[in-house]
Ligand binder design. Structure first.
Ligand SMILES: C[S@@+](CC[C@H](N)C(=O)[O-])C[C@H]1O[C@@H](n2cnc3c(N)ncnc32)[C@H](O)[C@@H]1O
Length: 242
């Protein structure tokens, strides 16, 4: 999907919650973004959350501290985030519209920058972090849902010559960061039936479009465990220090 198509896709998704799919998720690895964030945060910390979406994860899992700024290039997402903020009653949190690739934040200001499932420009992130500040990235990797993508012969990152985890890792290293670690994250997700699984695939960019019924049936026949449909997810985590 192109940059513009992604923008329209996220604008449409702004008021939408993935809770309704009732996905059962099992972690096969132990890299946990929120645990790492919690261990790095204290009461004086300033956190920047890039591509915050509707702020759901920020509001649910980011620790209380001096200030958290959540940003997203979609005005619809930021409107949803502000509604969610009001409902949450949380303090010291603000949201604003900003493109991650044209960042408009002070230099040497943040203690921690988080980018979960969004695009980044590590050189611009480096600029806005205090010396000693931390960058935490979690992303969806090329080999995410690979068995499904193989049956469909395409999907997100399918034809990337280099996995996005490696591109991100190299960009972080090349931007001057120290203590850079790249860690693979594997999860199993289970869906209760075909209808829910198909609706989920219609909402996420894994296959980039409506799934073909015949190919979907083939995947389901090969990946049904105890009556539930299994999808193997492959993410990556990056930690780095300025
Ligand atoms: C998959 S959602 C992740 C939301 C949230 N970080 C989370 O983990 O739940 C990706 C978000 O990144 C935003 N996004 C994508 N490209 C962006 C860009 N260039 N600048 C700012 N936000 C962007 C989208 O609008 C969307 O809200």
């Amino acid at each position: 999907m192109s940059h513009d198509n992604y923008y329209e896709y996220y604008e449409r998704l702004a008021n939408w919650s993935f809770d309704e799919f009732d996905i059962h998720s099992e972690s096969l690895t132990d890299w946990d973004l929120y645990e790492i964030l919690g261990s790095l945060t204290d009461k004086d910390s300033h956190i920047l959350d890039l591509g915050t979406g509707g702020g759901e994860k920020l509001l649910a899992y980011y620790p209380d501290c001096a200030g958290i700024l959540g940003t997203d290039y979609s005005p619809q997402m930021i409107a949803t985030a502000n509604e969610n903020l009001t409902r949450s009653g949380r303090k010291n949190i603000t949201f604003k519209v900003m493109d991650n690739l044209k960042m408009d934040v002070p230099s040497d200001y943040f203690d921690i920058v988080v980018a979960r499932h969004t695009i980044t420009d590590p050189a611009q992130i480096y600029q806005c972090l205090k010396p000693g500040g931390h960058l935490l990235i979690r992303g969806v990797d090329k080999y995410d849902s690979w068995g499904l993508k193989m049956i469909f012969g395409g999907g997100q990152g399918y034809n990337d010559p280099v996995p996005v985890s490696i591109t991100d890792y190299e960009n972080v290293l090349n931007s001057g960061f120290a203590d850079v670690e790249l860690v693979p994250i594997h999860e199993r997700e289970f869906f209760k039936d075909r209808e829910v699984f198909k609706a989920f695939l219609g909402k996420v960019p894994i296959l980039e479009g409506e799934p073909d019924d015949k190919l979907l049936n083939e995947y389901i026949s090969k990946n049904t465990v105890g009556g539930r449909i299994r999808l193997l997810r492959n993410y990556y985590g990056i930690t780095a220090r300025k």
